[in-house]
Ligand binder design. Sequence first.
Ligand SMILES: [Mg+2]
Length: 187
Amino acid sequence: MNRKIVAVDMDDTICHLLPKAIHYHNALYPDLPLTMEQIINFDLSRIWHHECSEEVFFGRPGLYEELEIFDEHTVEEMRRIHEQHDLIVVTAARPSSVPEKWRWLQQHLPFIPYENFFVAKRKYLLEFDVLIDDGPHNLLAAREAGKRTIGIPRPWNLPLQQDFLMKDSWEGMSDLVNKVLAEQPQR
Ligand SMILES: [Mg+2]
């Protein structure tokens, strides 16, 4: 078997975490409304309300289960990638959010078996051929390791957008994965 391993991130790659987290932040602290455009890196402690914390922002019970799917093409394109390759979902989940994230996957992408669900913050330790991710640190580390990447353009990865292959929609993602896999990795 020579199936290629396609690693796909969850948050803000196949679902929208930051918009929902911002929504709840702004409901709690209406005197300091945040916008997506303000999120230019992952250190949110500089911009969120002084009473906010990791636990408040990212630890709201049920948050990860109610996230919206990225777009109307995500499910079908994920299914195609899963059929053609060894699709693994890799998420840097907080331990308390792992059951929520697994339930979200079962609800939206039930064809993904649990052995393809990886909880890993240090994604660069994993073997894969291509990574689809929005996190600049993950894209950079994957390239450093000689892997192919497809980035999801978001305000926090703006500095990388000129230099990395980016795709803002899941429409045609499986075709792009096949095209990228047919090319030599970027160095
Ligand atoms: Mg992400």
